[in-house]
Design a protein around this ligand. Structure first.
Ligand code: C5P
Length: 317
């Protein structure tokens, strides 16, 4: 039986604006999402049983239903019962490289890879739009993780418009290994503190969405202007996460003192990243930050911005 091995890239947010609240209880967002080549590897293989089994040697990754990758397989089995019956269950092996609870959509991208992998293995021939629709039922970031690249995301974060690629740029990512931030906590805390600023009427909401579509960040991306993009980095969630985690705030400051195009926290954190115009510059910044923060708990990576989402690595017999 064939094993399908998929590359599942992490995402960073170049822009995250919280516009208001939605009838479904989620937040109305305007974001620019970007794939980077820090990636997990997911192997999907039919196991000849009627079970979905998750394998992962990372201690923080659950192997049960609380793993979004498991729920992705379960969703596919529910949606395509005939294929599930024909092909049977699957062994899903996650080789984790993306840090967990880091604001890098690690769990979402693994789930996205499972959807793509089962689509291939079960020969369903689903379109990217159909896969993204299924992904949206699992989590707000899953549709983007399927498509990847650079995209403007509105609504819950699942209404995507592709943007020109930024594959000439690099990032340095840094995360304290022992620090985790819950996305739900970050949004809840933001709601408690700033809901008085939320936009609720339909016209103003649409206005704000349009403002981002034709705004300076999208313009800077259209011109592939790294310096401008660096200046325009924005993340509303920093307003609640940085005060609660002063260590992350200090790390961000350390990045800003380096020769970088800009620095920010990704998503709900606690990963901090800096944009660099070359791999050599990114490497230098990584070494400089490592020297400035000599804490063994701090992990650093250099990654390239990429134009792809979930990719098949190689089908192995
Ligand atoms: O969609 P996902 O399950 O990844 O979202 C995690 C949590 O983040 C949600 O439970 C919600 O609290 C918050 N969230 C939000 N508005 C969004 C996306 C996420 O409030 N648009």
């Amino acid at each position: 039986m064939q094993t399908y091995t998929l590359i599942a890239p992490a995402k960073i947010n170049l822009y995250l604006e919280i516009i208001g609240t939605r009838p479904d209880g989620y937040h109305e967002l305007a974001m620019v999402l970007q794939s980077v080549d820090l990636a997990d590897q997911i192997a999907v293989r039919a196991n000849g049983t009627d079970e979905i089994r998750i394998h992962c040697d990372h201690p923080q990754v659950p192997l049960d239903k609380s793993n979004l990758a498991y729920r992705a397989a379960q969703l596919m089995a529910e949606q395509f019962p005939d294929s599930f019956e024909n092909f049977g269950g699957a062994d899903i092996t996650i080789h984790k490289h993306i840090p967990v609870a880091a604001g890098l959509a690690g769990g979402s991208t693994d789930a996205a890879a499972v959807l793509v992998g089962l689509d291939l293995m079960w020969e369903l021939g689903l379109t990217s739009t159909e896969l993204q629709e299924l992904g949206g039922r699992l989590g707000s970031d899953v549709p983007f993780c399927i498509a990847g690249g650079t995209a403007l995301a509105t609504g819950r974060g699942d209404a995507l418009s592709p943007l020109p690629d930024l594959t000439h740029l690099y990032v340095v990512l840094a995360k304290y290994r022992s620090l985790e931030v819950s996305t739900a906590w970050a949004y809840q805390t933001f709601r408690q503190q700033f809901s008085n600023t939320y936009v609720s009427d339909v016209n103003t909401l649409e206005n704000r969405r349009q403002r981002v579509h034709s705004g300076p960040m999208v313009n800077a991306i259209a011109h592939r202007d790294g310096a401008k993009i660096g200046q325009l980095l924005h993340n509303d969630l920093e307003r609640v996460v940085l005060p609660a985690y002063p260590q992350v705030s200090r790390l961000r400051q350390t990045f800003e003192q380096q020769p970088v195009l800009g620095a920010m926290m990704s998503g709900s954190g606690p990963t901090v990243f800096a944009v660099a115009e070359s791999q050599a510059q990114a490497q230098q910044v990584k070494e400089a930050v490592k020297a400035a923060v000599p804490d063994p708990d701090l992990e650093l990576w250099v990654a390239k911005l990429i134009s792809t989402g979930i990719q098949l690595a190689s089908p192995i017999k």
